[in-house]
Design a binder for this molecule. Structure first.
Ligand code: ADP
Ligand code: MG
Ligand code: MG
Length: 339
C-alpha cells in the first residue's frame, strides 16, 4: 500500500518563500507509486491553507488566504503515515512543529524536538559543539534586554572579539538579519537589526583571512553517513540573502577542491556534530576553511536545509550516487524507521 505523506511548506519565518520552492521540488520527486502526498502550505500568519489556496501558493510562491491555526490542525495529521515538515527557520525547523507532531504521535522527516531546537539556535549549537571538541570561531551572546539597558556591556563584548565581526540573530537562517561589522561605528545598526528579529543575538569573530565556505550533507538516524564535501564561491563580502537567492551569484563546486585530508576532517567533524546535537534524518553542516592556516571551523548545522533540485544538500548526495527522488524516498524511510 502507498504511504500517505503530509508535506508541510511555507511557514511563519523569513524563509517562507524558500520553503515553497523546496516543496515544489519535493512534491514532484516523491515517487507516486509509493507515496500519496498531500501538500499543505502554512501562511506567514501561521494559518493552515485549504487545498485550493495551498495549490495557488505553491504555484505563485505567495501564500494567500486564511484557515485554522496550525495548532488546531495538528490532529489532522493523524491520518498520515508520516509528515515531511519542509519548513525553514523559527516555527518550523526549531522544534516547535516537531513538538506538535510528537504530541500527535506521527513520524516525521528530520530531527526531533531536541536536535531541531539546539541546532536552530546558533549560541546553543556553539555551546554543545564546544563540549564535543568541535572547532569554532570565538563568539559572545547578547540578549535584547541587555542591549536595551546596558549597551556598554554588549559593546565591550564586541570589543573583546575585535573587528570585523559578524552580528546574527541566534535563531534565523538564509542570512536574514546578519551584518558584517567592520568597525565599532557600525555596531549599533547591526545590533538593532538583529534584535528586531530575535531576543538572542550572537556576535562572532572573523578569521584573519577570508575563509572558504565548505558544506557537507549528513543522511541517516543513528548510523549516519556523510556526503562528499561541496564548496560555495561567490563574489560578495559574505554569503548574504541576495547572493544566496539571486540566480548566478554563487557557484557550487562538488567535490570541493580540497586536500583529501581536509575533506575527510570536514566529514568526520560533521558526523560528530550531528551526533552531539542529536540530529536525525538529515542535516547540512557548514564550515569555514582557512586555506592559509589549514584551520577548519564549524559554522552551523541546518536541520532542514534548502531542498530545491539545485540546492546544495541534494546536489551533494547526487554526487554520492543518490538521485533527488531516491534521496527524498530515503528521508521518508528514515522517518518511519524504528529507533
Ligand atoms: P545563516 O544560518 O543565515 O545561513 P550563517 O551563520 O551561515 O547564517 O551566516 C551567513 C553567512 O555569513 C555565511 O555563509 C558567511 O558567508 C558569513 N559569515 C557568518 N559568520 C561568519 C564568520 N564568523 N566569519 C566569516 N563569515 C561569516
Ligand atoms: Mg543557517
Ligand atoms: Mg548559513
Amino acid at each position: 500500500v502507498k504511504k500517505r505523506i503530509l508535506l508541510l511548506a511555507g511557514g511563519q519565518s523569513g524563509e517562507h518563500e524558500v520553503s515553497l520552492r523546496s516543496a515544489r521540488s519535493v512534491l514532484s520527486a516523491l515517487p507516486r507509486d509509493q507515496f500519496d502526498v498531500t501538500p499543505v502550505v502554512i501562511s506567514p500568519q501561521g494559518r493552515w491553507l485549504a487545498p485550493g489556496d495551498t495549490q495557488r501558493a505553491l504555484e505563485s510562491g505567495e501564500a494567500q488566504g486564511g484557515g485554522d491555526l496550525v495548532l488546531h490542525r495538528a490532529a489532522t495529521a493523524e491520518g498520515y503515515d508520516a509528515v515531511f515538515p519542509l519548513l525553514h527557520g523559527p516555527m518550523g525547523e526549531d522544534g516547535t512543529i516537531q513538538g506538535l507532531l510528537t504530541l500527535a504521535g506521527i513520524p516525521f522527516v528530520g530531527s526531533g524536538v531536541l536536535g531541531s531546537a539546539v541546532s536552530m539556535d546558533k549560541v546553543m549549537t556553539k555551546q554543545v559543539l564546544a563540549s564535543a571538541g568541535v572547532p569554532q570561531v570565538a563568539w559572545r551572546l547578547a540578549v535584547r534586554r541587555e542591549w536595551q539597558t546596558r549597551p556598554e556591556e554588549v559593546r565591550a563584548r564586541a570589543g573583546e572579539l575585535g573587528y570585523p565581526l559578524f552580528v546574527k540573530p541566534a535563531n534565523l537562517g538564509s542570512s536574514v538579519g546578519i551584518s558584517k561589522v567592520n568597525h565599532a561605528g557600525e555596531l549599533e545598526r547591526a545590533l538593532d537589526l538583529a534584535f528586531d528579529l530575535d531576543r538572542r543575538v550572537i556576535l562572532e569573530a572573523m578569521t584573519a583571512h577570508k575563509p572558504r565556505e565548505v558544506e557537507v550533507g549528513i543522511l541517516g538516524n543513528d548510523a549516519p553517513i556523510a556526503s562528499p564535501v561541496g564548496e560555495l564561491r561567490f563574489d560578495a563580502d559574505f554569503y548574504d540573502y541576495e547572493t544566496k537567492y539571486t540566480e548566478g551569484r554563487a557557484t557550487m563546486h562538488i567535490p570541493a577542491p580540497l586536500p583529501p585530508e581536509v575533506a575527510e576532517r570536514v566529514r568526520t567533524l560533521a558526523l560528530a556534530a550531528f551526533r552531539a546535537l542529536d540530529c536525525a534524518g538529515l542535516a547540512r553542516v557548514d564550515f569555514f576553511y582557512v586555506e592559509q592556516t589549514g584551520e577548519l571551523f564549524l559554522n552551523e548545522v541546518n536541520t532542514m536545509p534548502g531542498f530545491t533540485t539545485t540546492s546544495m544538500y541534494p546536489k551533494l548526495f547526487e554526487a554520492a550516487g543518490l538521485s533527488y527522488s531516491e534521496l527524498v524516498t530515503r528521508l521518508v524511510e528514515l522517518a518511519l524507521e524504528e529507533r
